[in-house]
Ligand binder design. Sequence first.
Ligand code: KDG
Ligand code: MG
Length: 401
Amino acid sequence: MKITDIKIIVSSPGRNFVTVKIFTDEGLTGIGDATLNGREKAVVAYLQDHLVPVLTGRDPQRIEDIWQYLYKGAYWRRGPVTMAAIGGIDTALWDIKAKAAGMPLYQLLGGASRERLMAYVHAQGSEIAQTVEAVARRMEEGFRAVRAQVGIPGLPAVYGTDKSATNTADLNGLPQEEVWSTPKYLRHVPKLFEALRGDLGWEVELLHDVHHRLTPIEAARLGKDLEPFRLFWLEDAVAAEHQESFRLIRQHTVTPLALGEVFNTVWDARLLIEEQLIDYIRMTTVHAGGVTPLRRIMDLAGLYNVRTACHGAMDMSPACLAANLHLGLWAPNFGIQEYSPYMPETLDVFPGAWTVSDGHLHPGEAHGHGVEIDEALAAKFPYERSYLPVNRLEDGTLWHW
Ligand code: KDG
Ligand code: MG
């Protein structure tokens, strides 16, 4: 088999997605997600100018060799742009290989380790009562795990709660600015979980995303304060360039820790995994550089009792979710899968075999990873400039968003 063509498709059915579509001389095609929110065009240039030219004519079945060629062969390794581009190619190649083998991807990876994948969804409110209500609604929908976020008194809307106070229409797609106060946040969040346990009981698994905003000692304090409410996890407690930070947090709290949605390679997570400083690794197919490296990372994590929890926000396409689901169905150390329901237009552009029911996900039995792209429809949703917000402390200091 030979790669005859590679198309890079950028479309915005609800939000921007970058999709790699690989064509072969045997008529098989495969797609992979290469979306990097706010930096889509950098990935497109990397793919178009540097990867597509070296891949045309190669045998798409030699996935390992191609991955090594793209990773080692560039001399310049790692980084979100590079790894998202490689991730898009690698996912499309696994899609083709599984179609050629006549099986769903999870079978090619080694077969199912379980019947279905527990999902968690997000629930938010600007006030505690609203979040409690939102979590209750999610439970009624059948979800057994819910990530709860709440607005902070004295601050405009913060991450994961509500639309920002900024008039985004005036920004022409450029980043909006949010305001942050760690002391206000640390005082308020334990009250949310006290109310959730008081009103909704102990059956539901509760999660919370700090979104990288604390220092290690502040994260340790929050982990301790949340211990009575038995969280499933505390996510992204600190910005993790400094993996050693987690030694300090770990010394102080037994609240389980999840991390890794911004990681690109195993080298971002090696110490965290080998020292068992986290409980869940959140790396996801696209940003980890594809199925090939993420499978290895999952295996390494398994050796150290760290479980998988792929990042699954709606700013990665359904092709990424599908690849995560196949990996999750196979991985002996699967933990949980983030599920962020897509907008209807996204699902129209990316029809797929995966299903969600009773709070669980399944990748389906279609050959490959099971997601396709409707190119004609995708063309009707051109790219729209859009950035993630930035964050400032109340005195104007730029902070982590
Ligand atoms: O692009 C960044 C988002 O995907 C991220 O902010 C969402 O933290 C997130 C999550 O856990 O889904
Ligand atoms: Mg997160």
